[in-house]
Design a protein around this ligand. Structure first.
Ligand SMILES: NC(=O)c1ccc[n+]([C@@H]2O[C@H](COP(=O)([O-])OP(=O)(O)OC[C@H]3O[C@@H](n4cnc5c(N)ncnc54)[C@H](OP(=O)(O)O)[C@@H]3O)[C@@H](O)[C@H]2O)c1
Length: 308
C-alpha cells in the first residue's frame, strides 16, 4: 500500500491517527455529468486495466486523490476486478459513501477471454453468460449494484446480440445496474440501429479515441443528440501527433499545463468523459487538476480542426 498510503498522507489536512486513516470526503471532486436517467457520472474516470497486484493500491490512491468514477470489467485477462472491490470496501470503510461513487463494469463476450479463465460457463447461452458475469461482478466488487454495465464489444451474430442486450435490460430492470452501454462500437449505423430497437437505450458509448476512426465525429454527434455519454480511452497513447501539435503545445505553454492536461481538458469541455489509467502519482494529480481551469471558446475552436 505504499503509493496509496503516501497519497493519503499528502492529502490529509486533519491530524490524529484516526483522521489520517480516513479518506478526505470533502476533497474537491471531479464535476459530474448527469445522464438523462439521472445518474451522476464524474467527467473523468479512473481505469483499472492491466494493474494486476497493484490494482487495490492504485484504485485506493485514485479515490484518495479525488477520483469518484471507476471503470473495470469482468475480464480476468486484463482486469483484477476483485482487487477493485477491495479498494471500494476500504474506501467506504474510510468514510466514502457508495452513493458518491460511480462504478462501471463490463460483460465481455467469450472471444475476449482467455479460455482457461472465463468468468462464466463458456457453453451457456449468452443470456446466462451475462447474468453469471453480473453476479460475479457484484460479488467481486462487493456492491449491491453497479452504476453502469457495458457490453465490452458488439456481437456480430444478431440473435446473440439481441439476447445479450435484452438480458442487460432485465438486469437494469432488476436494479443490478443503473445504466447499460456498449464499448468498441465504431459503426454509426449499427449503433443507431441498436439505439432504435433497444427497450432500454444505451446510455454510454466507450471507444478508443484516435485518428483512424476520425475521432468518432459522427458517432459523437449522435451521442450528443440522444443523451448518450461518450467515454474515451487510449486518449493519450493513441495521439502522440495531437499531443505534439504546435497549436496544442502553445496552449500548454500559455496555461502552464502539460499537453496531456490540455487534451483532457479540451475533451471534457467537448462533453467527452475520458478515462485515465495512470499509475503515476504526479499524473494522477495532473489529471485531476484539469478541472481547475477552462479553455476559452476560441481555444476550443482552434483545437477542434485537429480532431477531424
Ligand atoms: N473498453 C475497452 O475495450 C477498453 C480498452 C482499454 C482500456 N479501457 C479502459 O480505459 C482505461 C485507460 O486506458 P488507456 O488505454 O486510456 O491508457 P492508460 O492506462 O490511461 O495509460 C495511458 C498512458 O498515459 C499516461 N498518462 C496518464 N495521465 C498522464 C498525464 N497527465 N500526463 C502524461 N501521461 C499520462 C500513462 O502513464 P503513467 O502511468 O506513467 O501516468 C500511460 O502511459 C483502462 O484502465 C480501462 O479501464 C477500456
Amino acid at each position: 500500500m505504499q503509493t496509496g498510503d503516501s497519497v493519503f498522507a499528502s492529502k490529509t489536512r486533519t491530524s490524529g491517527n484516526r483522521a489520517q486513516n480516513r479518506l478526505m470526503v470533502d476533497l474537491p471532486k471531479i464535476p459530474n455529468v448527469i445522464t438523462p436517467q439521472g445518474v451522476a457520472m464524474p467527467q473523468m474516470l479512473y481505469g483499472t486495466a492491466w494493474k494486476r497486484e497493484r490494482t487495490t493500491m492504485l484504485v485506493t490512491a485514485a479515490l484518495a486523490a479525488g477520483f469518484r468514477g471507476i471503470d473495470t470489467a469482468c475480464q480476468p485477462k486484463h482486469y483484477a476486478q476483485a482487487a477493485v472491490g477491495a479498494a471500494l470496501v476500504d474506501a467506504v470503510e474510510r468514510g466514502l459513501s457508495r452513493a458518491s461513487l460511480y462504478v462501471q463494469t463490463k460483460f465481455t463476450p467469450l472471444a475476449g477471454h482467455d479460455l482457461v479463465n472465463v468468468p462464466y460457463a463458456a457453453e451457456a447461452r449468452p443470456a446466462a453468460q451475462v447474468r453469471q458475469s453480473m453476479e460475479t461482478s457484484l460479488a467481486q466488487l462487493q456492491v449491491d449494484y453497479v452504476d453502469a454495465l457495458l457490453l465490452h464489444s458488439p456481437l456480430l451474430n444478431e440473435t446473440e446480440m439481441a439476447e445479450v442486450w435484452q438480458t442487460m435490460e432485465t438486469l437494469c430492470d432488476a436494479g443490478d445496474t443503473r445504466l447499460i452501454g456498449i464499448s468498441n462500437c465504431t459503426d454509426l449505423h449499427w449503433f443507431a440501429a441498436l439505439f432504435a430497437r433497444a427497450r432500454i437505450k444505451p446510455a454510454v458509448l466507450q471507444n478508443r479515441f484516435h485518428a483512424r476512426t476520425g475521432y468518432d465525429v459522427a458517432l459523437r454527434a449522435f451521442c450528443r443528440q440522444h443523451g448518450v455519454v461518450y467515454q474515451s480511452f487510449w486518449t493519450l497513447t493513441a495521439n502522440p501527433q495531437l499531443l505534439g501539435h504546435a497549436r496544442l503545445r502553445a496552449l500548454a505553454a500559455r496555461y502552464r499545463r502539460s499537453p496531456a492536461q490540455i487534451l483532457f481538458r479540451y475533451l471534457t469541455q467537448m462533453e467527452i468523459v475520458p478515462l485515465t489509467g495512470t499509475q503515476s502519482r504526479l499524473h494522477l494529480r495532473e489529471d485531476l487538476e484539469i478541472f481547475d481551469f477552462a479553455l476559452t471558446p476560441a481555444d476550443i475552436a482552434g483545437l477542434s480542426p485537429l480532431l477531424r
